[in-house]
Ligand binder design. Sequence first.
Ligand code: SAM
Length: 318
Amino acid sequence: MFSYRHAFHAGNHADVLKHTVLIATLDHLLEKEAALTVIDTHAGAGLYRLDGDYAGTSGEAAEGILRLLSDKKEPAAPAPAPAAKTAAKKSAPAAEVPLADAIARYLGVISDFNPKGGARVYPGSPFIVQHLLRDHDKLKLFELHPTDARTLDANIAQLEAGRQIAVLRDDGFGSATKFLPPPSRRALVLMDPSYEIKSDYGRVLDFAAEALKRFATGTYAIWYPIIPRPEAHDLPRRLKTMATKAGKPWLHATLTVKSSKITTDASGETHRPGLPASGMFLINPPYTLKPLLAAALPQLVERLAQDRHATFSLDSGG
Ligand code: SAM
């Protein structure tokens, strides 16, 4: 069984990128009244404590959401929420420092889970999505790890969301396509595997190909780690080819916070850098996403950089 537990990584720089993109994408999709189905093929536990043992041990949130929050000289004004849910959003005071809209909006959502400030509670993708969805939208969550699936179940049960949310202890790659196309023919699919096993890269490609065949107009968002492994570098290239061949628009955003080099200190001890970078690849992205990320990514680099190798890229086509 897998050893990956997202609780160790919640709120790290990869979550900051992923969840900023997720929120910006959802905001656009929720502007239309017709029901939206969101499928999270790799859901995790749903909700995390950043002051708990897991996050405390890894310290990854300190270089992600917590750094972003501490860097925020003045409270950020959340970007306007979609009309349908405006009433549910709690706004932070007006800002003096002009944060990019997508970052301000992300921090606004995090602050909704932390009314007293800070980020003791960090919402994973299931809770972020549920927070934004309207009553007539649907959410399908897949989680295979028995412990995380149990925690997810318990966390979701507290929302009393009834039939709006389905938690499936099942292989997201193997069975999520059965929900495509959804009855309203509007869907966002988030694919966020842990890539603990090499075959995850190939399974993302197979899943995306099958999903596009079943439902060519769905929006597909794929997170991946940028690590020194050929599969990690091939994945966005192959997704780009797939989208282009299908005649579908795509968007590719990456955030690097540090060098990927393994270093050796004076005592001869080797230091591995941990995750230095990650990317989001979207097929059929909202047209609003690129300008939002063009403003947000340089600010994320500035605020989350751990060395001079920090950088971003933003590319699109179709
Ligand atoms: N999407 C979550 C978020 O943003 O908060 C984080 C998900 S975490 C990166 C990946 C999760 O996928 C882990 O909890 C892991 O147990 C689960 N997982 C691994 N393989 C899976 C599979 N084939 N189907 C469903 N879940 C899987």
